[in-house]
Design a binder for this molecule. Structure first.
Ligand code: SF4
Length: 697
């Protein structure tokens, strides 16, 4: 880093990795981003983590797609393409040829077509993508990776609170005196948010960490509850049982703002700490202490991550957290709130923009005739199906059944990210037409018939919405490489060729259309974002920077009340047994992002964490006769991978943690595709696994 003499220009934008949404300044020299600094955004106040600071150079990697590609006649589909040497499989094409070819395989095919959009794209691109499928093909078979991260949290929040977004920004922890962080590893996955959590603990706030893995946040915790994997509901119901038993609930709040309390109270009677302790592994006195601590807070916040959501009982886990906040009156006031920490930089925005099969923008349901006609009026087109569409995993099942034959995939990588990934790869290979729009030749692009080269975050304009409901402006600092184009332009050109009358000339035109049917964008305009960089929704006036806390005067449900939904204990789908005696859990690491397509092409991040790895307790390694750094074989009912093993005392002896960024040991070869019935999210966090030494010792 250096002073202004070191660069030709600087451009303010937003970090492309996690949902924290740190604002950055990109310093550009000779047409390349030279370095990045944090600036004073509302979520980061100049802070950045290692990914935001050093993970930008993938945009200049020589694997970038620079020209449209069409698969050569007869070239077999599969993971056989070298991203730096694809000439035997694909040939270069002009944009006209590639777009015509892409459209020809989609146009007029109605329900045979489905789409996966992306939480890495902008709000405008997500909006256009869902509109493309709905207006162009008449149905709702469009989804994105929210299905794989917080779908169950959103299902529970919509059901019980009436809104899928957070009730308070994470920065509000500054005003809390107690905070629960459950099923989340923010020091690795939301590092800048974690700095606020650590400061909170340092100034005396009580930080209650609950996780089957002992995360790095443990060091800062007043209470660490390392409960048995999958036992969330037992543990949380036991804590709430104590709150009821000892009369620690907020009756005034419950009477004024909630419904179904008596049913919840009666349901909790059976979950005594003594009984639940046997299931969750946490001592009854600890459960009682946590109940008293949280219920005694003036302001208590609850943060959760995918350790909560990625279970077949993920919706029930979130229902418990919502009930805990409601019974203690910890919603809608300073230092209180519900906050599912969003993973991707724009998973909140893409979901808000309607990139989900059951909801149009702003979570307006597709089954409502009035809602659909409000959209078709703006779109100037006829109606589309009132039937909820298929989700990510259901779409790939429908490909296997021959019901879906063509797909448009923008910025997603299901050949790495889906559970039981061989099943997903087989589905992609079966498609008779696959259009992939991306910046790299991803594992999914290996199955494409046509590849449309897109833009990285630093090459385009567009808004993104972070975990805090902050809509922020992203700006181009450098041009896309070669003939690559901005994603919104590609979507518009493809739509025109599929017969749609789209006349957008800029992303600002798209944003203006979005605002017509999205109340969340009231008082938020493109020009305002260009001036102010960020506005939190809801914003009550053109001058209001937005509301960090919502639901202080009621909830967006009929009658204005939130609801208690009792949750029962549901065991994980696969119990460990003699053949598969241990538990596999998957997730991210600090240095690598999701399927690795960006961070493994970032020099600093790849140098720090170059190799596929898993974590096992030292005692487990000893039993296996494997030294730290040695290779182990992990086998589940779906498949097997070999991977380097690290010793990690934070993980319990019956568990193995496997990051999912490494194609050479793809975690999702192993994961269980069993779904939560409400959110349709797979159980990525629990699979029965056998662990063996991979080589003679
Ligand atoms: Fe980027 Fe998230 Fe790190 Fe902030 S915390 S710099 S948004 S990866």
């Amino acid at each position: 880093q250096g002073d202004s003499a070191d660069y030709d220009s600087e451009v303010e934008s937003v970090c492309p990795f996690c949902g924290v949404g740190c604002q950055i300044s990109l310093k550009v020299k000779d047409g390349r981003v030279k370095y990045v600094e944090g600036i004073d955004g509302p979520a980061n106040e100049n802070r950045l983590c290692v990914k935001g600071r050093f993970g930008f150079d993938y945009i200049h990697h020589d694997h970038r797609l620079t020209k449209p590609l069409i698969r050569r006649e007869g070239a077999p589909k599969g993971l056989n393409v070298d991203p730096g040497n694809w000439g035997e499989v694909f040939r270069e094409a002009t944009w006209d040829e590639a777009l015509d070819f892409a459209a020809k395989g989609l146009k007029g095919r109605g329900r045979e077509v489905a789409g996966f959009g992306s939480a890495k794209c902008t709000n405008e691109e997500a909006y256009l993508f869902q509109k493309f499928i709905r207006q162009g093909f008449g149905h709702n078979n469009v989804d994105h990776c929210t299905r794989l991260c917080h779908a169950s949290s959103v299902a529970a929040l919509m059901e019980n609170v009436g809104s899928g977004a957070v009730s308070a920004t994470f920065n509000e922890i500054e005003n809390a005196d107690v905070a629960i962080v459950i099923g989340s590893n923010p020091i690795e996955n939301h590092p800048v948010a974690a700095t606020y959590f650590k400061q909170f603990a340092k100034r005396g706030g009580k930080l209650i960490v609950m996780d089957p893995r002992g995360t790095a946040l443990k060091r800062h915790a007043s209470h660490m509850l390392q409960f048995r994997p999958g036992a969330d509901v037992s543990m949380l119901n036991a804590i709430m049982h104590v709150i009821v038993e000892e009369g620690l609930y907020d009756q005034g709040y419950i009477d004024r703002f909630t419904e179904n309390w008596e049913a919840e109270k009666a349901h909790l009677a059976q979950f005594t700490p003594e009984k639940m302790s046997e299931i969750c592994g946490i001592a009854p006195e600890v459960l009682r202490d946590v109940a008293r601590t949280f219920a005694g807070a003036k302001g208590g916040m609850i943060f959760w991550g995918m350790g909560v959501s990625q279970h077949i009982h993920g919706t029930d886990n979130s229902r418990c957290l919502i009930s805990l906040a409601l019974m203690t009156g910890n919603v809608g006031k300073p230092g209180a709130g519900l906050h599912p920490l969003r993973g991707q930089n724009n998973v909140q925005g893409a979901s808000d923009a309607g990139l989900i099969p059951m909801f149009l923008p702003d979570y307006q349901t597709v089954t409502d005739d009035g809602v659909r006609s409000a959209f078709t009026e703006v779109w100037g087109s006829g109606d589309f199906s009132a039937e909820k569409g298929l989700t990510v995993t259901e779409i790939l099942d429908a490909v296997h059944h021959g019901d879906i034959k063509a797909m448009y995939v923008l910025g997603e990588n299901p050949a790495m990210s889906d559970p039981d990934v061989e099943h997903a790869r087989e589905a992609l290979a079966k498609l008779d037409h696959l259009v992939v729009q991306d910046i790299f030749l991803t594992e999914t692009a290996n199955y494409a018939d046509v590849i449309l080269p897109a833009s990285a975050f630093a090459e385009k304009s567009g808004t993104v919405t972070n975990t805090n409901r902050q809509v922020q402006m992203g700006r181009p600092a450098v041009p896309p490489p070669g003939e690559a184009k901005e994603d919104w332009w590609i979507e518009v050109e493809l739509a025109k060729r599929c017969g749609l009358n789209w006349a957008y000339e800029t992303p600002a035109d798209v944003f203006a259309e979005m605002a017509l049917n999205m109340k969340s964008l009231s008082n938020i305009t493109w020009d305002r974002l260009a001036r102010e960089n960020a506005v939190t929704y809801p914003s009550l006036s053109p001058e209001d920077p937005g509301q960090p806390i919502v639901f202080g005067d009621g909830f967006p449900r009929d009658g204005g009340r939130a609801k208690f939904t009792p949750a029962s204990v549901i065991a994980p789908d696969e119990a460990p047994d003699a053949d598969y005696p241990m538990i596999l859990t998957t997730g991210r690491q600090l240095e690598h992002w999701h399927t690795g397509s960006m961070t493994r092409r970032s020099a600093v991040l790849d140098a720090v964490e170059p190799e596929a790895n898993c974590s096992l307790h030292p005692s487990t390694l000893r039993k296996l006769g494997v030294e730290p750094g040695g290779m182990v074989r992990l086998t589940t009912r779906r498949g097997s991978v070999e991977v380097m093993a690290r010793a990690d005392r934070a993980i319990s002896p019956d568990m193995v943690f496997l990051p999912f960024a490494f194609v050479e040991a793809a975690a999702n070869i192993l994961t269980n595709p069993a779904l939560d019935p409400y959110g349709k999210i797979p159980e990525f966090k629990f699979a029965a696994v056998r662990v063996e030494a991979a080589q003679a010792v």
